[in-house]
Design a protein. Structure first.
Length: 116
């Protein structure tokens, strides 16, 4: 879900929002919402009655609290999402760069002088 959002929107945000900082901030704010929804969806799927994904989202289904989990799985989830966010910011910067380059290479409009 996060990867699809990043690929679908990050370049466009950089291209169409003129201020690069605002484009990055917009991407990060929207991605934070998608990331929170994705995390909740995976967690609820894991805890659900069917143990979605064969119970492999975060390991076997817990049978008590506190939940026992592998720190490596949690760190892996964080690292993968950090890489996705980094790629998204890179695509925003690329979109911004290409938009500025396109504006620079466009010829300036010629001014017409009134006929005397």
């Amino acid at each position: 879900m996060n990867i699809i959002f990043t690929l679908a929107s990050s370049f466009a945000l950089g291209y169409f929002i003129k201020q690069r900082g605002l484009a990055i901030l917009t991407y990060l704010a929207l991605d934070a919402t998608v990331f929170a929804y994705q995390t909740l969806a995976v967690l609820l799927e894991w805890l659900g009655p069917q143990q979605g994904f064969e119970g492999e989202a975060f390991g076997p289904k817990p049978n008590g609290f506190p939940v026992q989990f592998s720190p490596h799985e949690l760190a892996g989830y964080g690292v993968v999402n950090l890489l996705v966010i980094t790629a998204g910011v890179g695509l925003v910067v690329l979109g911004s760069h290409l938009a500025r380059r396109r504006v620079r290479t466009r010829p300036a409009p010629q001014r017409l002088e009134p006929a005397a």
